[in-house]
Design a binder for this molecule. Structure first.
Ligand SMILES: [Zn+2]
Ligand SMILES: [Zn+2]
Ligand SMILES: [Zn+2]
Length: 732
């Protein structure tokens, strides 16, 4: 059979939408699809990935160049992973080369050879060895015994154990053992998989598990209140997948949750579990990625990037806290790991579980239309009743660092009884700005349209947009007055004030500033987990899934924060945050109470949330979205542009708007909003604008984008302005 295909399609990490065409070095047969190659690119040499063979070529053949070298004999990226990359590249309008290279572990993006994964096995003679044969060589006997029990001995095990390397060599020379390529782990019996007995299930949990069909595609929205036992459902579903020799992929929203999740899974399963997130060292990440690819690891736990793990035989995907906006990458390749998870599950014909106490409106809508199965858990798994939520009206009250008298005495009462309290404030630093009472000067950043945060340790002003730092003025830089003060309580100020108010009670502040290194966060969390009486001060970081068994009280300092946010998702996010924070209280027998401080306690949406819960709030807000033609009912794309020259950014978007009007002005299925300045109009001296296009039809939106992209390609402004396309944006 003759191969009519002559050319290679190679993805290269450069911001050009198409793949590149190269000639093979010798024959096309040497260049497996999915393998890395080194190619000449301009006067550089780059690593690329072969994504296809083709017979078409629009370029003059004499100008084509041949690849330099094939780097992998076998495909590094499986056909499934490549098809995921191609789909995401197309769906999110992002260059295929950048998609592949931003999702591969950093070490594998280069031309380094893959580490050989080999193991020791017994030969037939080795297996049939009489038990007394090695009586004089206990070190050799030890190895043979291990192999008789475990079938294979990995290099990692040799390094970690006291096995003698010379004994291994001697056994090899005697023909009793041999080296071989590692094989994927075979399926195990239930009793070999588990380290502990699964928990007894409630009726609701049992019913939920029964509904999930294995070896069949299905998206399941596991919608359960905090404390309803979603984790146990994950564990038991993963066990079912492992029993049939499949792997499980578990996505978590935050690196900080990784240790706790991995510990929980290790306690349950006697299988290889690997972590995949940006804090895993480069060498380890490449190893973990390959272990998942070859089936040496059965469970992969990771943040959004782990959705691009190549899996040998996936059996289930779990997305915990599916509503969390961290599943959407906010810069560069702007993909949603949750939405990719659904694509992957369909690709492999397996179930995907989206778990949350506060599901995203997208998922609630998909459940309502029957696209997702809706599994609801209404009851807590233990005997603890859910925490009681109470509003605290702040109007006209004297406040101590943002805390009302009622909240402060509730915190005192809890700590006096030896309990724990969490004070939630989503504002880092000492204060959000500095202000002059004489002339009205405010500490705004001269490079951004943001105020500079006041820090007390060390004393300085800090811009959280561009990271610039300045010394803290003691006199007004504008009029010289010493009548300057701070505005907007931050976590540092709250900490000082609580330390003063509660002598002898440990106050633990957990935010990005206080936990810059991993071990500080770990030790702070460990201290809270001992259950000793203390007050925790936390930002958004703490709202996500952390488990504080002894927490009796939660105070939400400023429920109004975010009401002024123009983002159409602002209220959805406030609702999720309040319920998630409240859910930290009242676990494991501790009676929980949540105090929600607000200047607008009669805000109808806040009232609805407190009285009737998240689902009622979601229904009301979703009705509003429906009326305003917004997601989840309409689809939306945001085009952002930024430039040091204000008019350039705005003009490029005006060009898009013009092109849109030319083609779609009379379309009832699409709408255009903008161009408008972005909510943060200037960051680091760059002016930012945005344009939103909405459509009731996804296909139509895609069609509009194609028109706009080709208009951009023909206009030189698009080369001078930094601009991006964000499909299904998480932040507008
Ligand atoms: Zn002044
Ligand atoms: Zn700061
Ligand atoms: Zn700044």
């Amino acid at each position: 059979m003759t191969d009519v295909k002559k050319y290679l399609l190679v993805a290269i990490p450069v911001p050009i939408r198409e793949a590149f065409i190269y000639l093979p070095k010798h024959s096309l047969l040497d260049c497996t699809i999915g393998s890395r190659v080194s190619v000449p690119f301009g006067n550089r040499e780059l690593t690329g990935v072969v994504i296809g063979h083709t017979e078409e070529n629009s370029i003059d053949s004499s100008k084509l160049r041949a690849i330099h070298q094939v780097l992998d004999n076998q495909a590094l990226l499986s056909a499934d992973l490549l098809s995921l990359c191609r789909w995401t590249s197309d769906y999110y309008c992002h260059p295929i080369g950048e998609v592949i290279f931003s999702t591969l572990p950093p070490l594998l993006r280069t031309n380094t050879a893959l580490p050989a994964e080999r193991t020791w096995l017994l030969t037939t003679e080795g297996k049939g060895l009489p038990s007394s044969a090695l009586a004089r060589s206990p070190k050799q006997q030890e190895i043979v015994n291990y192999l008789l029990e475990n079938a294979a001995l990995d290099d990692e095990t040799v390094t970690a154990s006291t096995f003698s390397k010379s004994a291994l060599q001697t056994l090899k020379e005697k023909g009793l053992i041999y080296r071989a390529e590692k094989k994927a782990v075979a399926s195990k019996a239930v009793n070999q998989l588990l380290n502990e007995t699964p928990l007894h299930l409630t009726g609701e949990q049992h019913a939920a598990i029964e509904k999930v069909r294995h070896h069949e595609f299905g998206t399941y929205l596991l919608h359960g209140i905090t404390g309803s036992g979603k984790t146990e459902i994950y564990l038991q579903l993963v066990a079912r997948a492992l029993q049939s020799g499949c792997q499980a992929l578990v996505l978590i929203p935050e690196i900080g949750l990784s240790p706790q999740t991995v510990t929980r899974f290790r306690k349950r399963f006697a299988v290889t579990i690997v972590e995949m997130h940006s804090e895993v060292s480069a060498a380890q990440r490449a190893k973990n990625w390959l272990a998942a690819k070859h089936g040496h690891a059965q469970i992969v736990i990771g943040t959004r990037l782990s959705i691009f793990s190549d899996l040998h035989k996936p059996g289930i995907i779990i997305v915990d806290e599916e509503h969390d906006s961290s599943y959407k990458q906010q810069d560069g390749f702007r993909y949603s790991a949750r939405d990719c998870a659904i694509y992957r599950a369909r690709q492999h014909n397996i179930p995907v579980i989206l778990g949350s106490a506060t599901p995203s409106f997208e998922s609630l809508n998909n459940a309502a239309t029957g696209r997702y199965h809706h599994l609801i858990l209404k009851r807590r798994a233990g005997t603890t009743p859910p925490a009681e939520i109470e509003m605290v009206d702040l109007r006209g009250q004297a406040l101590t660092s943002g805390l009302s008298e009622q909240s402060l005495s509730a915190i005192k009462a809890v700590t006096e009884k030896g309990g724990q309290a969490l004070v939630f404030l989503n504002r880092k630093g000492f204060a959000s700005s500095q202000m002059c009472h004489s002339c009205g000067w405010v500490s705004t950043c001269s490079h951004c349209s943001a105020s500079m945060t006041v820090h007390s340790r060390p004393k300085r002003l800090h811009c959280h947009q561009c990271d610039r730092r300045q010394t803290l003025p003691t006199l007004c830089p504008n009029c010289g007055s010493n009548d300057i003060d701070v505005h907007g309580v931050g976590t540092e100020q709250l900490e000082d004030s609580l330390v003063n108010a509660l002598p002898g009670v440990p106050v633990v502040r957990i935010d990005r500033d206080s936990t810059r290194n991993k071990s500080t966060l770990k030790s702070k969390l460990a201290m809270v987990e001992t259950g000793e009486s203390c007050v925790l001060i936390g930002t958004q970081m703490l709202a996500k899934g952390h488990h504080f068994p002894k927490l009796n009280l939660v105070v939400i300092v400023d429920a109004d924060q975010g009401f002024l946010n123009p983002d159409f998702r602002a209220l959805e996010k406030i609702g999720q945050l309040l319920i998630q924070v409240a859910g930290r209280a009242g676990r494991e027998g501790a009676v929980g109470k949540v105090l929600v401080q607000s200047h607008r306690p009669d805000h109808p949406m806040l009232e609805l949330l407190v009285r009737k819960g998240y689902f009622a709030l979601a229904k009301a807000l979703m009705q509003q979205r429906h009326n305003s033609a917004l997601p989840p009912y309409w689809h939306c794309v945001l085009i952002r542009a930024e430039s040091k020259r204000r008019e350039n950014a705005e003009d490029l978007l005006k060009l898009f708007a013009h092109c849109y009007r030319e083609h779609f002005a009379y379309s009832a299925e699409t709408q255009l909003v903008g161009p408008l300045p972005s909510p943060m109009e200037k960051i680091n001296d760059r002016f930012r604008f945005q344009l939103m296009i909405k459509s009731s039809e996804r296909k139509q939106l895609k069609y509009v984008l194609e028109k706009l992209i080709s208009a951009a390609d023909q206009n030189s402004l698009s080369k001078r302005v930094r601009w991006s396309i964000d499909i299904d944006p998480a932040e507008t």
